[in-house]
Design a protein around this ligand. Structure first.
Ligand code: CO
Length: 349
């Protein structure tokens, strides 16, 4: 699998004689290395993994395609020994690192290779999709468990702890981002942090969370009502659900991201809640929880087959509460495959 990736990368290198990979997600993507403190230096013929003695054994085990070398002084030495005249780099490195690199290699032309790496990662292999699918299954199961624990008086923090325990116990290596659990008026904050607020009868309760399995993320959101919903809650929930389902139904390879966003946004606007839907409809997912492309008004990328995308419209009313419904999907040729299997009918607890 990683042989194929390195081959694709080398085809994209163009005039860059070497490529210096410094971000952890890209180091993992290309080499399989899961530790920190490492970089890759890749040429058309050679591939080096630069790290320190804490990781020598791990790196040699995880990365058979790479020669493991001591990181200290390695970039300067390799650039000099191989007389590298042009080298790709990632723009996410710090200004200090970039300046050091210019110092090591004053004669080398540095080429920003960030976009090429992002493009390479956007389209997933079936092996990568299978990891995110497993992460989504773990979250479906953990969500079913947590519903048994929800009752008036339990706090958001207690629910978050229980949910995360369930996710880890089911085989995930961790959460893919800080869990969002928001009850009542707090659910109007799209990225609320779990607090000591207690769950109350008649209020919305929003869960947004994801798992990491074999290095790949999942992402899902469900909003439930504790007790009986009122008219306004039903109206908001039904509008979000309609928007979410219409967007998922339109999702397929060849669609423009902003067009899919507009389908959901139009439905929410027509219901009179357009102003409250401030974020994009969705984002790509993979090794990182937020990857490109985005389903948003400003992203005009054409969706490619085998891209993982979330679809997550929301309505947020300050002082009242909010609803978001999110599925993780795989963009296929004719439609979207939905990886999140939890039902979307309003759950009354
Ligand atoms: Co999301």
């Amino acid at each position: 699998m990683r042989e194929e990736r390195l081959k694709q990368l080398r085809e994209k290198m163009g005039k860059a004689e070497a490529l210096l990979v410094t971000s952890r997600p890209n180091v993992f993507y290309l080499s399989g290395f899961t530790g920190t403190s490492s970089q890759l230096l890749i040429t058309q013929k050679e591939a080096f993994l630069l790290t320190d003695s804490r990781y020598y054994i791990q790196a040699r085990t995880q990365c058979p395609l790479f020669e493991v070398v001591e990181i200290s002084g390695a970039v300067a030495r390799l650039v000099q020994e191989r007389n590298i005249k042009t080298m790709g780099y990632e723009s996410s490195m710090s200004v200090a690192s970039f300046q050091r690199l210019q110092g090591y290699a004053p004669e080398t032309e540095l080429i920003d290779f960030t976009q090429e790496l992002s493009d390479l990662r956007a389209v997933k292999s079936e092996e990568e999709i299978a990891c995110s699918r497993r992460a989504a299954q773990i979250c479906d199961a953990a969500f079913a468990d947590i519903l048994n624990v929800v009752k008036p008086g339990v706090t958001e923090r207690e629910l978050a702890l229980e949910l995360e325990f369930n996710v880890r116990r089911r085989g995930a290596s961790g959460m893919s981002f800080d869990t969002i659990i928001a009850s009542g008026p707090r659910s109007a904050m799209p990225h609320a942090e779990p607090s000591d607020a207690e769950v109350k009868e008649g209020e919305f309760l929003l869960f947004d969370f994801g798992a990491v399995y074999e290095g790949y993320c999942s992402d899902m959101t469900r909003t439930v009502v504790v007790g009986e919903p009122n008219e306004k809650q039903l109206e908001i929930y039904d509008t979000v659900l309609q928007a979410q389902e219409a967007a998922v139904a339109a999702l397929r390879a060849g669609q423009v991201c902003s067009d899919v966003d507009r389908i959901a946004r139009d439905i929410i606007s027509k219901a009179g809640y357009g102003e409250t839907f401030g974020h994009g409809l969705g984002h790509s997912v993979g090794i990182q929880i937020h990857e490109d492309p985005r389903l948003s008004p400003s992203c005009h990328t054409v969706l490619k087959e085998n891209t993982l995308m979330t679809v997550e419209p929301g309505i947020y009313v300050e002082g009242f509460g909010g609803v978001r419904i999110e599925d993780l999907t795989v963009v296929r040729k004719e439609s979207a495959e939905i990886l999140t299997k939890t039902g979307k009918k309003l759950i009354k607890l």
